[in-house]
Ligand binder design. Sequence first.
Ligand SMILES: [Zn+2]
Length: 254
Amino acid sequence: MNSSLKIIALPAFDDNYIWLLTYNDEAVCVDAGQAEPVLNYVRQHNLRLVQMWTTHPHGDHTGGIVQLKRALPDCRIFGARDIPTSDEIVGEGSTITWQHFHINVWHTAGHTANHLTYVLHDDEQTHLFCGDTLFSAGCGRVFPDGRADWLHHSLQRINRQPENTLLYPAHEYTANNLRFAAHIEPDNPDIQAALSAAQHTPTLPTTLAHERHINPFLRVHLPDVQQRVSKLCSLDMQEDEAVFIALRELKNHF
Ligand SMILES: [Zn+2]
């Protein structure tokens, strides 16, 4: 019996992670895009999967839910109203209880309209499961039901957490994101160092402190970033939000 929280990255598809949390003999998974990696892990380790938390309805985050529910009917599925398989609809301000943890649900719109982030506090450590809102050195794309200004607000909210907060995005896009970050900030030594470290190795979870140094989407208030984005877009931009929206657009075409 293991009575400390463990958080494991289960690789899925080409570059997804399904985050699996374990405590005692219970497990929770975040964004069950595929059933097999979760089923294999819980069976091998004699764990009971009791909850699934879903950030948003894209198939690579939800594709395994039905199969998992069929195999493990006692498992409860949490998600926003746009997740039709949810047993319990959650949103901004909801709290989920698992073991002695109380997980806060945030509405972090932007990538999609109803995207959720799950925030778990364990002693002094905050763990933030942010789906496709923030990636290491980047952020999610804006889908037709999302908006770039919403995404900016969601990233600002994440950025107000303590700097040791651990961030658990759903994709390993770090190396590609860092190439874009280096294009925006060619003289940033932290980005160069992260780029050489990111080749062919898992880079997640990441910390907020690290992201503040390397993630251009958290750095849109800095004069260097504002000037560079203004130059690339041939527009003079000083508002953080305008810079963020332009940066997101630049990344789409990078
Ligand atoms: Zn997505």
